[in-house]
Every structure is written in C-alpha cells, then in structure tokens.
Design a protein around this ligand. Structure first.
Ligand SMILES: Cc1cc2nc3c(=O)[nH]c(=O)nc-3n(C[C@H](O)[C@H](O)[C@H](O)COP(=O)(O)OP(=O)(O)OC[C@H]3O[C@@H](n4cnc5c(N)ncnc54)[C@H](O)[C@@H]3O)c2cc1C
Length: 432
C-alpha cells in the first residue's frame, strides 16, 4: 500500500497489517522485520512511517466506563471523535484535546499531545491512569507512573518506539454543556499578544492565530481566543461531517502574496474584542476538522508543520527573530498558532516546556529545508526544541540538544530489547 501521514510528505510503499486480538498482534510482532504502529496518520511527518506498519484502527473497543468518576478504559484504536460522540451527551469530555478529534488514543499517548489548556493542566499523559503495552517479545506490561514507571515515561511521548499501546484508562472531565464561552482579543503585535496571554493565564483555554508575514512594529499581530466551558446550551451540539477537499490545488497558488492577503482578511474579520460568545465545541477546538485532507491545497509535494517550543525567558526574543526571518523569506503560512505552555512533565520525550510554542504550516518547496535549518539554529540558541510528531526533517544534533533526556529513553529501549524491533523513518533519521 501507499502510505503517508497528514503532511502527505513523504509517501512510501509499505506493508500495513491489522490485528483484532492480542494473539494476532503477538504473532505479527514475532516476525523479524522492524515495525511501527500507525493510528490515524494525523502526525504530520514520518514518525508513523516504516516499510512495515501495524495499523491499530481495528483494535477499537470501549472496555469500560465509570459514570461516577469519568474513568474510561479503551483499546488503542478508539478515536477521540468516538469518545466525544459517546460521552459528551452523558456530560463527559476529554481532559486534554489537540486541534483534531480524528486521532487514536494510542497516537495521543505516543505523542503525549497537548491542547489549548496546557498552561493549566499539562499533557494528555497526565490523565492516563495506566496503559497496557505489548513488547516485541509478546509480553504485555501494565504501566503507570508507579508501575514500570520507566517504560511509562518512555512510552508517553515515545512516538511508538517502545511497543504497541494496547489499552489505556483515561480520565475524562465532567462538563455541563457542549458549548464554550469564547472571548476573542485582537493583538496588534507580539508584545500585546504576550501581555494578553499572561493577563489571561487563568483562562481554561487559550490559543492565538498569528500572522507570520508581518514585520517591524506589527510582528506577531494576532487574534487571541480564550475559552471556558459553558453552563448553558445543550450537551450534544451537532459535530458536522467533514467536507472533502476534492482536488489537489497547484502549489503555486499558495505564495507570499496570497497568504498575506488571506492573513490581512482574516485579521480584519475579527472585531477588536468580543466577550463570552457561546460557541459549539467543534469550531472552538477543531476548526481544521471541517475539511478532510485540506492539505491538498498545498499542492502535490505536500506540506509540513514546523512546531517549536521556547522557554519563557527567551520566548519573546526568539519568536521575534524567528518571525522576522520567516517574513523576510516570505514562507509564512496562513496557519500560524501560538500557545502558552505550562511546566513540562517527567516523560523523556514529551514536547512541552514552560514557555510558548509556535506552529507553522508550510508548503514543501525546494528552499524550505534550508530556511528551516536556519530556524533550527535560532531555536537552539534560545534553548528550545521541535515537536517530534510534526517533524519530518530535523537532524540528530537538533534532537539530542533539544531533548536532553534522550539517553534515558535510549536506556529503556535497550533494557527491554526494543531497538531492533520498533523503528520508524524518523527514528532512523534521528539515530535512535
Ligand atoms: C489538524 C491537526 C491538528 C493538530 N493539533 C494538535 C495539537 O493541538 N496538539 C498536539 O499535541 N498535536 C496536534 N496534532 C498532532 C496529532 O494530535 C498527533 O500527531 C497524534 O499523535 C496523531 O494521532 P494518530 O492516531 O493519527 O497517530 P499516528 O499519526 O498514526 O501516529 C503518531 C505516533 O503515534 C504512534 N502510535 C500510534 N498508535 C500507537 C499505539 N497504539 N501504540 C504505540 N504507538 C502508537 C505512531 O507510531 C507514531 O509515532 C494535530 C494534528 C492535526 C492533523
């Protein structure tokens, strides 16, 4: 089969195998070829790609739910969309959700995803009470912060390189409504955006769309969106079926002029300030889920997302330098997202560190990787790192310097004999 992830770059030929029982998975893992699990392929790059992949989408049963406590036990192929469909009408929502609901629970743990509430509650793994992990030997280990803790810390954020997460028990949060009270604030530049993020740090959710093609005094002009769970409105607002993107557009249509025009229009489409607008969850949390394969608008060569995190003390200076460079090169994207991050966690490869994260979607074009190499140096000079689940190109040096606990991750891989059996194109590139 032809296999790719969300960025549609790279595309490879792969042998994809599915399983429905533990015994079937055990047999698949006993073969000598290295494998990597593949969920919904919503990671952007090559972390779920390998000549042989184990597709988890048929291992997707709900195993139990405690309506009193909100503890949910599921198989790894259950998606966040499944969980919302079933449990939101009963008054329960995800404690952490990324910007798409079309990902599996296995994928959410492996990338240790974060949402618009990271500054308040941290990553997805914080709400994983325990998980069951099948090792290449076929053994299944029960892992939690207190039991096989090293394997738990390596698996959450470990990009599928520690085994197949079979099941997980995750904590949902109670909600009274399927709506969010949304407040939007237009910010003229990065200074204003930082000021507003900090002034609103008590908000449950915060995220900013950022226009990365602005320069000078307008650098970082953005729209900050804040959210609180509403008490009014019913529990099951309709989540719309995504519309298909019918054709792949010519990549040339997306250039510095069209992006600048879109950004100007989008920025102006928001008033200066709107308070407490009642918004259904879908457009607030998942605006990009509206169109399936929207990446086709980036053209046939595909796209990538460059997501970096910088510590708080160097965030302002680092982000200004990065955005200035991007605007000078004219590679800005219409999708630039800025978030405030809370403290990092104890997992070896989880991405967030206390500070800010910027994510930019960029069309693959010949000069892109040269520019990103330059940005890498700025990120490192400011003590930052790149997000593995979005990455398709970073080198080993960038990885090692960005993730100082990589050696502990490697020791766990060696201790449990995982290195030769679980590999992705990404792990080979990073030399882990
Ligand atoms: C529109 C959009 C918005 C997004 N927004 C955010 C965001 O706000 N925050 C954020 O953190 N991320 C975000 N992401 C990234 C996405 O949440 C992650 O890449 C997630 O891991 C994808 O899950 P998946 O099921 O598609 O996994 P895949 O993409 O298939 O795989 C991702 C990784 O998980 C591993 N994996 C999958 N299943 C298992 C398993 N059962 N056991 C062990 N390893 C496994 C794979 O090997 C791979 O390394 C976004 C992605 C998109 C497309």
């Amino acid at each position: 089969m032809k296999l790719t992830a969300w960025g549609r770059y790279p595309q490879i030929k792969a042998n994809g195998v599915t399983f429905e029982t533990r015994a079937q998975l055990g047999r698949l893992l006993s073969s000598t070829d290295p494998v990597i699990p593949y969920g919904m392929g919503r990671s952007y790059g090559d972390s779920a790609l390998n000549p042989k992949v184990i597709l988890t989408n048929r291992f997707d049963k709900i195993l139990g739910f405690d309506q009193k406590t909100g503890l949910l036990h599921v198989e790894c192929g259950v998606t966040l969309a499944d969980i919302i469909d079933i449990f939101l009408p009963r008054g329960w929502f995800l404690s952490v959700t990324p910007g798409t609901r079309f990902i599996t629970v296995g994928g959410a743990i492996s990338s240790d995803v974060h949402g618009k509430n990271h500054h308040k509650v941290g990553c997805f793994s914080r709400f994983v009470h325990y998980l069951e992990l099948m090792l290449p030997s076929g053994d299944v280990l029960h892992c939690s912060p207190d039991e096989n803790g090293d394997l738990f810390r390596a698996t959450c954020g470990g990009m599928g390189l520690t085994g197949i997460i079979l099941t997980a028990a995750i904590q949902l949060q109670p909600v009274r409504s399927g709506f969010i009270r949304e407040t939007d604030i237009r910010c003229r530049n990065l200074e204003e955006a930082f000021h507003q993020f900090e002034a609103n740090a008590a908000s449950t959710y915060s995220v900013a769309w950022i226009d990365c093609l602005q320069r000078g005094g307008n650098i970082g002009r953005s729209i900050l969106m804040l959210g609180e769970h509403a008490d009014t409105g019913h529990l099951a607002p309709k989540f719309r079926t995504p519309l298909p993107m019918p054709i792949t557009l010519p990549g040339l249509l997306l250039n510095r002029y069209s992006v600048a025009m879109f950004n100007r229009f989008y920025y102006r489409s928001y008033p200066n300030y709107v308070e407490d607008r009642l918004t259904p969850m879908e457009p607030f949390f998942y605006p990009l889920d509206r169109i399936t394969a929207y990446g086709r608008m980036y053209g046939r060569h595909g796209f990538t997302q460059y997501q970096l995190a910088l510590p708080k003390e160097s965030s302002y200076e680092g982000l200004r330098t990065i955005m200035d460079r991007i605007a000078a090169e004219g590679i800005g994207s219409f999708l630039g997202v800025l978030k405030l991050l809370g403290p990092g966690n104890d997992n070896y490869l989880s991405f967030p560190l206390q500070g800010y994260t910027l994510a930019l979607e960029l069309k693959i074009e010949p000069r892109l990787f040269r520019v990103l190499d330059e940005l890498d140096r700025i990120v490192l000079d400011h003590g930052g790192r790149l997000y593995l689940t979005k990455d398709v190109r970073m080198g080993r040096d960038m990885f090692i310097r960005g993730y100082p606990r990589w050696k502990e991750f490697e020791s766990v891989r060696e201790k449990y004999g995982l290195k030769s059996k679980l590999q992705s194109l990404q792990s080979e590139r990073l030399g882990i």
